[in-house]
Design a protein around this ligand. Sequence first.
Ligand SMILES: [Zn+2]
Ligand SMILES: [Zn+2]
Length: 107
Amino acid sequence: MDPKKFKCSSCGLTADYNHFGQTPLKTAKKNIVLLEKAYTMRNPFKSNDGEFLVVGAHCSICGDVVCVDPDCSLFYSKRFCLNCASNNINEFPLPIQKEILHNCKSR
Ligand SMILES: [Zn+2]
Ligand SMILES: [Zn+2]
């Protein structure tokens, strides 16, 4: 299977991903189910079956593709891009709000 291109709509990061969905790799020994539909790639540093990295996912509000970098997205029961997170900041508990504000400032 040829790798497909992932591109973060926030920071522009590109990566080759292998799979999009909640189950990262069909060949994985363990049955791993992610909490969200995510873009995953085989871990380039480990050749073991089932080793994978989550590259990114879709924001649950605007649907934009964002990477898992804390500058780009936040996972709090669902994936949020930082824009949507800061637009809906009052929906989050206080520690998460602080994190959002901190990450927004660091841009
Ligand atoms: Zn990004
Ligand atoms: Zn969004």
